[in-house]
Write a protein that binds this ligand. Structure first.
Ligand code: B12
Ligand code: SF4
Length: 470
């Protein structure tokens, strides 16, 4: 018999176990405190006669909570923890649905550990899954595919109020037109950029309380003229609707090709671009098919960073180590490049053969994957381990060198120095403060830096009092 009220528990699963692969180890800390959009979207798709509660393990470790139905969202590296949580509910005959990137890629593995594995995007199947729940006929696998974002589902933001999210998450597009061999996005979210209507984004932004907003899109600028026109429309509408926020977005380096786009972005409040530089070495760039970084006009990264800084936009760049072309000397050069470049912040991680990427298929074919005892070994796929044999030299030696620089680069002193330079290069307190806020969630020690916290508080006070906005 149908009840009048049900309880749905949604969990953003984070596995913080420390795994030691024989060298050093880096725990997957609670890296992020950005709102988990997937859970807000599922809440929005759930009928009104359900109470929805979220647990975000970036804040709260899971503790048993009563529910009629449980939904878990997990990446590959956290999937073993999702299986452990699912086991607890299944032992009490409470159905568990698991979705997210890993379920999309490995539905056959995932469905063995829960009631229903959802491959693809919740918008297409969640209402049906709720009906099947009422009828006690939940399927083992739901094939959801890609959602049509032109019929948008705005996330329910009230479910995020349980936690003190300093940064709100937004989504304009899904997918990426590029083909970088190490990246799962084209496989998982598709090559075609799918867009939510700009008017929906504006309405959502009007409801957001936070000053800091991250556009989680894989590549907000895309590759074609048509993509650029859509991005420009978004910037223009943010300006026209007088929305005053500080934004971070993920973009490819071609955003810096057009000075008018940079100016417009900054006018709309985009103060920080997260760009996949990956490596300063052209040979390595070619080895991963990141053609967009190959263009001779973009080779001079120094000039690119300067152009962005001149418009008061900061750059955080992602770097990767362990390409087939990499030698120990190359790692040394990459670290030096980061230290001496004018980059405002950075990430420096191990190349990771993410499931089903061209890189993983190549390494599998060459029999070079070391961490291949699945599902247990998925925990190593967190960008902090060498999960395969390197091509040049000894794998353990290479790992030690990368760890060495990881530690050397990730000091509070280094980030303080970079942020000071940021202020000097951009001449903007607003940009510098936002760069700090967006990065303290990635680098735990930044949260503990009293001087930087004081800078942020001062800026926030001046902004709120209307004394500053540049
Ligand atoms: C934004 C983002 C981040 C943000 C975090 C934001 C957040 N709150 O989680 C930041 C920058 C901090 C980040 C960090 C990392 N990330 Co990240 N990230 C993304 C990104 C670009 C978007 C995720 C997102 O918000 N999507 C929007 C929502 C709406 O989509 P969704 O989560 O996929 O949910 C939909 C479906 O999957 C499904 N669904 C999801 N969950 C559930 C649950 C149920 C019950 C159901 C029914 C359906 C369902 O329905 C949803 C709605 O359609 C993805 C790439 C991508 N295209 O997804 C990578 C991605 C998830 N990240 C990845 C990785 C590896 C990392 C890092 C390890 C990188 C690093 N070393 O720094 C860290 C780990 C962070 C952590 N603690 O888990 C990989 C994961 C690969 C894998 N196979 O597991 C991805 C896929 C990127 C890639 N290159 O392949 N990330
Ligand atoms: S540009 Fe970024 S999101 Fe797109 S395929 Fe390359 S790494 Fe992935």
């Amino acid at each position: 018999m149908k009840k009048s009220k049900y309880k749905l528990l949604l969990i953003n699963v984070i596995d913080t176990r420390v795994v030691d692969d024989g060298n050093m180890f880096i725990p997957l800390h609670r890296l992020t405190s950005f709102q988990p959009l997937s859970l807000g979207i599922i809440a929005a798709l759930t009928p009104d006669n359900w109470d929805v509660e979220i647990i975000d393990e970036n804040f709260d470790e899971f503790k048993y909570t009563e529910a009629d139905l449980v939904g878990l969202s997990s990446t590959s590296m956290c999937i073993n923890r999702a299986y452990d949580i699912a086991k607890i509910y299944l032992s009490k005959n409470i159905p568990v649905a698991i979705g997210g990137v890993h379920a999309t890629l490995f539905k056959e593995e995932v469905c063995k550990h829960c009631t229903s594995a959802i491959a693809g995007e919740a918008e297409n199947v969640w209402p049906q899954l709720i009906e099947d729940f009422y009828n006690s006929s939940l399927k083992s696998i739901y094939e959801a595919g890609y959602a049509d974002l032109s019929i948008p589902v705005s996330p329910r933001r009230d479910v995020f109020e349980k936690y003190d999210y300093e940064i709100a998450t937004m989504e304009f597009t899904r997918g990426c037109p590029f083909n970088c061999s190490f990246c799962g996005v084209p496989i998982y979210s598709g090559h075609k950029l799918r867009y939510k209507p700009v008017s929906t984004i504006i309405e959502e932004l009007k409801e957001i309380k936070q000053n800091y907003v991250i556009f989680k899109d894989d590549n907000l600028i895309g590759s074609s003229k048509a993509h650029k026109a859509k991005t420009v429309e978004l910037f223009e509408q943010i300006i026209a609707n007088n929305i005053k926020k500080d934004f971070l977005c993920f973009v490819s380096i071609n955003i810096a090709d057009d000075i008018n786009v940079i100016k417009l972005a900054r006018k709309a409040g985009f103060v920080l671009f997260f760009i996949g530089i990956e490596t300063e070495n052209l040979k390595a760039i070619r080895s991963i098919h990141k053609e967009i970084n190959e263009n001779p006009a973009r080779k001079a990264y120094k000039e690119t960073f300067k152009r962005l800084h001149k418009e008061k936009v900061a750059v955080t760049a992602a770097f990767i180590c362990g390409f087939d072309t990499d030698t120990v000397e190359d790692i040394h050069d990459r670290a030096k490049f980061i230290m001496h470049s004018s980059l405002d912040t950075f990430t420096f991680t191990f190349l990771t053969p993410l499931p089903k990427t061209p890189l993983q298929l190549q390494l599998q074919e060459e029999n070079r994957i070391i961490k291949n005892n699945y599902p247990e070994d998925w925990i190593y796929y967190n960008f902090c381990h060498l999960t395969y044999q390197v091509k040049n030299g000894d794998t353990k030696d290479m790992a030690q060198v990368i760890y060495h620089y990881l530690i050397k680069l990730h000091t509070a002193k280094m980030f303080r120095k970079k942020l000071l330079k940021s202020f000097f290069n951009t001449g903007s307190l607003r940009t510098t403060a936002a760069t700090y806020v967006f990065n303290k969630h990635n680098h735990v020690f930044l949260k503990e830096s009293k001087s930087l916290l004081l800078l942020q508080k001062t800026y926030d006070f001046l902004r709120k009092s209307g004394l500053i906005r540049q």
